[in-house]
Design a binder for this molecule. Structure first.
Ligand code: 1CP
Length: 355
């Protein structure tokens, strides 16, 4: 089903995203968008209906490759991100998972140490084989100026779903365990560090050129708990990836970390950091840009609104990062009611008239 997408003529085969990540000069900031594949695209909704369920979409390489390529054909961003989900890791560890329409993910909760015996790394990579195949096929299919990003959830964020058995607004179940029985919770985090490190290594072997670690709920922890559950597990994964693949850049996204972003970048060893919508771009340019490339951070709701409100913030973000290593992105993923025409207008602006 996948088709090769020709690169626009006149482009060299260098990838802007990888250039920025390795500190090379670029003609403009590279861009891609979190959730660039998804329900705001009519062709995604059509394929999703054909696949039946979200998991069938994610675990069938024909479908996952096609969905990943949909936004590349439309917008030709500087990167493609593997189409999958952070929750395939607990699924591959043996935790039941389903995605219910309008409800999001539902898992069989892992509520305490006794439940850890239900999880096992046996069969982990067999379960994830379709993901590795998707990565390998994407690497073949992508234009030579589009970088391929692999990803996984960070242990803390994945644990919040495993423990609650669903998405929560306050992450209370995982916090209750972490605060009340930190040693037991540490065993879950250690299992996730190991399995997530393995999973990302396999993605790189299959062809991912960089990986992003999504820590969506990093900002929900108090500063006293941030190092143990966010920094340490991420640092362990980065260290491991760097031992095997010293030249593969790692992007961290500790959403909501506020001033703790500085510590996160210094201590985890990530090459780039994704900033959320609430972090002032000029603050990030001052405090984070000297330490790493910075990715972000247009409010996805501004793309829903479009027009001057969106354009003004694009301009504000671009000028804050002028002269810095910057990857333009959203502060969080596209929402389903984003008008495609607004994304087109945004892309035209980011390309500044090229092509
Ligand atoms: O119905 C549908 O079609 C499912 C919607 C959907 C999509 C498009 C889900 C369910 N996952 C995805 C894909 C996805 N998830 C990608 C693909 C690559 C991309 O284009 O960006 C990625 C990177 C993710 C990562 C992910 N899944 C995160 C971290 C990033 C973030 O958005 O904060 C999280 C928290 C999840 C869990 C998840 N998966 C899906 C939903 C609805 C949720 C959130 C549940 C909740 O907290 O309520």
């Amino acid at each position: 089903m996948e088709t090769l997408i020709p690169s626009p003529s006149g482009h060299t085969n260098t990838k802007r995203l990888l250039d920025v990540l390795s500190g090379k000069p670029v003609d403009r900031a590279p861009f891609w968008f979190m959730r660039q594949a998804g329900r705001y695209l009519p062709e995604y909704r059509a394929l999703r209906a054909r696949a039946g369920s979200f998991l069938d979409l994610a675990y069938t390489p024909d479908f996952a490759v096609e969905v990943t390529l949909q936004p590349i054909r439309r917008f030709h961003p500087d990167a493609a991100i593997l189409f999958s989900d952070i929750l395939v890791v607990p699924h591959a560890l043996g935790q039941d998972l389903a995605f219910r329409e309008g409800e999001g993910p539902v898992l069989d909760p892992v509520a305490g140490v006794a439940d850890l015996t239900r999880l096992s790394v046996k069969g982990f990579h067999d379960h994830l084989k379709p993901v590795y195949e998707t990565v390998a096929r994407l690497r073949e299919a992508l234009p030579d100026d589009v970088a391929l990003i692999g990803f996984a959830g960070a242990p803390w964020t994945v644990a919040t779903y495993m423990v609650a058995g669903r998405g929560t607004s306050d992450q209370a179940p995982a916090k209750a365990w972490a605060y009340g029985d930190s040693e037991g919770f540490q065993a879950l985090i250690d299992l996730l560090v190991e399995s997530t490190g393995d999973y990302l290594e396999r993605q790189v072997e299959a062809g991912a050129e960089t990986v992003q670690i999504f820590d969506t709920w990093a900002g929900s922890l108090p500063p006293s708990q941030f190092a143990r559950w966010v920094i340490e597990p991420t640092k362990a994964i980065v260290r491991r990836l760097k031992q095997r693949f010293p030249n593969v850049p790692v992007i961290g996204f500790p959403r909501g970390a506020g001033p703790l972003y500085v510590r996160y970048v210094r201590e985890t060893g990530v090459d780039a950091v994704g900033i959320d919508t609430a972090l002032p771009a000029d603050w990030a340019a001052e405090h984070l840009s000297p330490l790493a490339a910075v990715q972000g951070n247009l409010d996805p709701q501004l793309v829903v609104a479009g027009g001057a409100a969106m354009d003004d913030d694009v301009e504000r973000i671009q000028s804050a990062f002028r002269g810095c290593r910057h990857i333009f992105n959203l502060g969080h993923g596209f929402v389903p009611n984003t008008p495609v025409a607004h994304v087109e207008a945004l892309v035209r602006r980011l390309k500044g008239g090229e092509e």
